[in-house]
Design a protein around this ligand. Sequence first.
Ligand code: IMP
Ligand code: MG
Length: 174
Amino acid sequence: MDILISAERIAQRVSELGRQIRADYQGQPVTILGVLTGSLIFLSDLVRHLDLPLRIALIQASSYRGAVTRPGDLHIQSDLVPDLKGRHVLLLDDILDTGQTLSHLVQHLRAMEPASLRVAVLLRKLGRQQVALEPDYCGFDIPDAFVVGYGLDFNDEYRNLPHIAVLPSNPGAA
Ligand code: IMP
Ligand code: MG
């Protein structure tokens, strides 16, 4: 598979994002809320750059895949999420594609009355957004291709690649 972003470039950028986030929150306690499962690698690298009073929590969002449901339908599993009322929450996901997932999550989380809510994504696909959602922190803008690695999967595989690679449209031919 072609490497789009090397492990070195990712590490460099994650450390820059960490510096920016640390400066923005100015020592205030933050709850990092990672979206399962794609954000796990990004989360684990990023938090080690955050010298802040920090809590880590996880939330799951899965698209319904039934034939009768609309593509935007999303099931949010927030049993693992602690009380966010009055907390500074930083929602973390692997990739902003259409924006459906994150915009639904943001709506869901606002109801929990956090003191503030910001969004960080490692990747943003250009020309794909269907909902206006401007992430507060974004690692890389990438072209419209299906990518895997560093947490991102295809059929739950390839999450463990240390870099971001482009999945061939016909994997059998690769
Ligand atoms: P959205 O709701 O369309 O923004 O899609 C977000 C979710 O789709 C992400 O959290 C990923 O799980 C998945 N996704 C979108 N594009 C890709 C990709 O290129 N590779 C792997 N997963 C992707
Ligand atoms: Mg995901």
